[in-house]
Structures are given as C-alpha cells and as structure tokens.
Design a protein around this ligand. Structure first.
Ligand code: ADP
Length: 347
C-alpha cells in the first residue's frame, strides 16, 4: 500500500513554486490508480515523490509500512528496487540492444550472466519482443520502445510500477495495446500500477480509481465508474466531458424547453444508468404502470472496462398527474434521474 500524508513540494528558484500543496492519497495493493491533471498541475512532481526522485518539502511517503522520507540515500536506493518506472519518451540507451537495455538494471547489481539471460528471455516474452532482442532502439516503433521500457522496469521484480505519461507519445491504437499490456501485467504479476496522464481516455480504459489534481491540490478522487457517472468537481466534470458527451443534443435543445409543468407540455427526463441497472426494462415499466407513452429521444451506452453506463433522454406523455406519478416512480428507483424541463406536447 502507498500512503501519501500531507505531501508538499516547493521549488525555490527565481520565483517560488508551490507544486504540491498538501496531498493525501492511499493507493491499495494491486490497484491501477490514475492521477489526471492538466499540464503544470503537479502530476510529475507527485509521481516523482512516490519513488523519492523528488524529496517532498514536507509530509510522508509510506510504502508497505516503510517511511520513505526517513531513509538515507543508500537505503533509498535499495527500496527503489521495489518501484519500477516508465516514461513518456522511453529513456532507452540508444547504444544498447533491446536485450541489453532490459538487462541493464540487473547488470548494475552484479546479477550472474545466466540469471540475467533467463530473466530477460522471460521479460521479452512477456512484452512480445523476443524476435526484436538484437535490435537497437532506433530500429523500433514507439510502441515497441515502450515495451522495452516496461520490460526494463520489471527486471528488478518491483511491487509498484509508476507510469509517467507513458502513452502520451503514442498513437491511439498503440496506446490501446500498451494499456492492455499494463493491465495484463497488473493481473498476472499483481503489481500495483500508478498512471499519470492528462488523457481521460487512458483512465477510462484501465484504471480502477482516479484522482484529479489541479494547482497542486487533489480536487476529487473515487472509483472510475462513479467519477465518470457523477463527477463532483468542475475539474473532473471538464475531464469527463472530454470523453463522454453529456450535453443535450442540439435538436432537443431547440424544442422550446421550459422549466414548469403545463397541461400542454410533456416532461423531458434524463436517466443515468450504471452497472446492472442498464438492463432493467424501465421504459416498458412506465408505459405499463401508468398507461401512458414514453418516447426515447436520445440514448448512449458506454463501457468503463466491463461495467456498462450510459444515459437516456425520454419524454413522458400523459396528463400532468400521470407525468408526476411516473416521475415519482422513477425517483424511487436506484438510478439517477434529472428533469431537464417541459416540451410542447406535439413533440
Ligand atoms: P505536470 O506534470 O502536471 O505537468 P509538474 O509536476 O511538472 O506538473 O509541475 C508542477 C509545477 O511545478 C509547475 O508550475 C512547474 O513549472 C513546477 N516545477 C516542476 N519542476 C520544477 C523544478 N525542477 N523547478 C522549478 N519548478 C518546477
């Protein structure tokens, strides 16, 4: 488990920069935890504080009960073997082959040659680069370079893998394959993965939980599926909007929506579904129970990993009393609903 206790980081230069202003976070073993934020938010500083490449100005970093901030430099070097890291620009050694790049951390600690051979062979197979082991980095694609970076990070059998914008230099298809590899590594080797990114699509694809950082402060954190379906902070709402369109489609907005019920109007409702509620025959139930009609104007179902979520915009017809009863019925269900307004009956 990684615990960050009230971490601050101040850079003193010509101007003082308060990069982190009291970060508290707990990351459980085996999680894939995402930290998202815009450029300059403090993400890199935060992730570098986890492995103490950057010493926090104040606060404690506790990994599996060990206070990292209390260690000497040599103790820290030993502890860092438990923490692998991959980078946006891969940071490979250009004069070494794929095999020798992966072997490098093992050579540094004088691992016997035959142990290195076996270990690197296994890692090459894990990342799918066995046939590329004699190539140099310049002969590889971006995705292949990041696979080498991942294999090198895993060479010392870490318990934690830190990923600093690891897919930001890659095209969407390659990003997907690298994220699949990270997910596979998380499942197979039970490695805790911390992902730093500015892309919500990365969070949506593989993270279990997410924290959003802005101006050196965590604005919100939670399970990815909860945050996506019900973001609380403006920062998270903006990020969610970048991958899920929750806006009212233009055609509906033009219908002349008012905010009061009226005898010549029908109620316009947005329903948000999460998990198994997506399968419930809600529309049919309203039609049957209240002997009225429902028209579906817009629907959108998406998946966060294997969990479905989405929303539906419906118009409930009938007289005002019927509409009110149907609304009360919906409010009593375990799904989120929102009255968007009232539209003229001829729609
Ligand atoms: P992000 O990774 O979210 O883009 P960073 O952690 O790199 O954000 O930066 C957070 C803030 O700290 C920024 O204002 C940045 O300019 C500043 N900063 C980062 N590293 C240093 C440094 N070594 N010296 C001075 N300021 C820094």
């Amino acid at each position: 488990m990684i615990t960050l206790e009230n971490i601050t980081k101040t850079y003193d230069g010509s101007a003082t920069v308060h990069a982190l202003k009291g970060i508290n976070l707990t990351i459980e073993d085996g999680e894939i935890f995402g930290i998202i934020g815009k450029s300059g938010a403090g993400k890199s500083t935060l992730v570098r504080c986890i492995n103490m490449l950057e010493r926090p100005t104040s606060g404690r970093v506790i990994i599996d009960g060990q206070d990292m901030t209390a260690l000497s430099d040599s103790q820290l070097r030993a502890e860092r073997k438990n923490i692998g890291m991959i980078f946006q620009h891969f940071n490979l050694l250009s004069s070494r082959t794929v095999f020798d790049n992966i072997a490098f951390p093992l050579e540094l600690v004088n691992t016997p040659k035959e142990v290195i051979r076996k270990k690197v062979d296994d890692l090459l197979e894990l990342v799918g680069l066995t046939d590329r082991q004699h190539n140099y980095p310049s002969q590889l694609s971006g995705g292949q370079k990041q696979r080498v970076g991942i294999a090198r990070a895993l060479a010392s059998d870490p318990k934690i893998l830190l990923c600093d914008e690891a897919t930001s230099a890659l095209d969407p298809q390659t990003t997907k394959s690298i994220l699949e590899l990270l997910q596979d590594i998380n499942k197979r080797l039970h490695i805790t993965i911390v992902i730093i990114t500015h892309e919500m699509a990365v969070i949506k694809e593989i993270c279990n939980r997410v924290a959003v950082i802005e101006g050196g402060v965590i604005k919100e954190e939670g399970r990815v599926v909860d945050v996506f379906t019900n973001p609380q902070s403006q920062t998270m709402k903006d990020f969610v909007k970048s991958v899920i369109n929750m806006q009212l489609p233009a055609g509906i907005a033009k219908m002349g929506i008012t905010d009061q019920p009226a005898p010549d109007r029908n109620v316009l409702v947005r329903l948000r579904f999460k998990g198994s509620a997506t399968n419930d025959p809600l529309v049919a139930a309203i039609v049957q129970k209240f002997n009225t009609y429902v028209s579906i104007l817009y629907g959108n179902i998406d998946y966060i990993q294997d969990e479905p979520f989405g929303y539906l915009i419906i118009v409930i017809m009938g007289d005002m009393e019927t509409q009110a009863k149907a609304l009360a019925y919906i409010k009593g269900l375990p799904i989120e609903s929102e009255v968007l307004g009232y539209v003229p009956r001829n729609h």
